[in-house]
Design a protein around this ligand. Sequence first.
Ligand code: ASN
Ligand code: ZN
Length: 349
Amino acid sequence: QTAAANGTGKTLLVGNVGIVANSVSGGFQLVDPNRGSGSTYDAKGSMSYSTGFPTATLFTDADNTWGSNTTSDRATVAADAHYGVAVTWDYFKNVHGRSGIFNDGKGVRSFVHVGNAYDNAFWYGSQKLMAYGDGSSFLPLVALDVAGHEMTHGVTEATAKLGYYNIKDTGGLNEGISDIFGTLVEFYANNANDAGDYLMGEKLVKNNTTGTKALRVLFKQDADGRSKVCYPSGGFTASQTGQGGTYDPHYTSGVLNRVNYLASEGVVVPSGFSYTKAQLVCNTDTTIVGIGRDKVGAIFYRALTRYFVSSTTYPQARTWTLQAASDLYGSTSNEYKILARAWSAASVN
Ligand code: ASN
Ligand code: ZN
């Protein structure tokens, strides 16, 4: 049976938050009846994601207070994960009218304590599950933006089916879409302990006292010394974008993240960073005024769910997102013009 019960998550990364559990006789299960019965499990070190973690156990609790804000309590990061999937559900439902990753009203299973000191998190579509490692060089990978990023991989898989590894352009679009909506989820949460920003995974970096370190700096991704932010004429070649002849999507995503940042916020250097405006664009157009992240999110969502396909390239993504902007705001609108300038400022013409 399901009976939604409001509880408290004592998380690791965002302090204490409200979460929803399922009330059963004698206690509570970490299952959210308000959001498709999405559920959170302890993988207990397993990496058997391909078979759906058969030895994992559902988190249960006597008083509906989950975790202790510290990793010595196994339920702490479960609270982070359960919160992350709830915020991501609410974002897609309330902002885009999408009911769950597959738009079928069903929640997914989340697994924490996956692997041994595993420094990653991932979506595994065949089993409709989310997996989070405890990290070693990083903190446990249960941050809001990471949860939003990974679940957006599921949305992409359920819609455009953009390719991923070793596919010129397309894998970068797939990764960029996940970074864009992961960021929008973080803004949507409006959580004082994890304010929205254009950094991916900043909460996972240990001793990040300035708050300027992250897995990816989305407004200037080439700050990592590897990512590309300006689209090469003729498209990417393997040697430009990764090792071993592959096109690593985490480096080719820099182009889309640049477009999103410039269209949303304009040519603005975030506080705490010492870049020049000229370093945020690939051309000389340093006067772009953003149209706001909500409008850009609506444009990208429409393009992803109606126009992008498994082989979409960067130039085609420019065309299709401008089509979406035209649908939503008109082809002579300021929104359309700013988006076009943002693409040009990432050298996608
Ligand atoms: N965390 C990584 C990502 O979603 C996992 C992967 O490489 N698929 O990008
Ligand atoms: Zn990803």
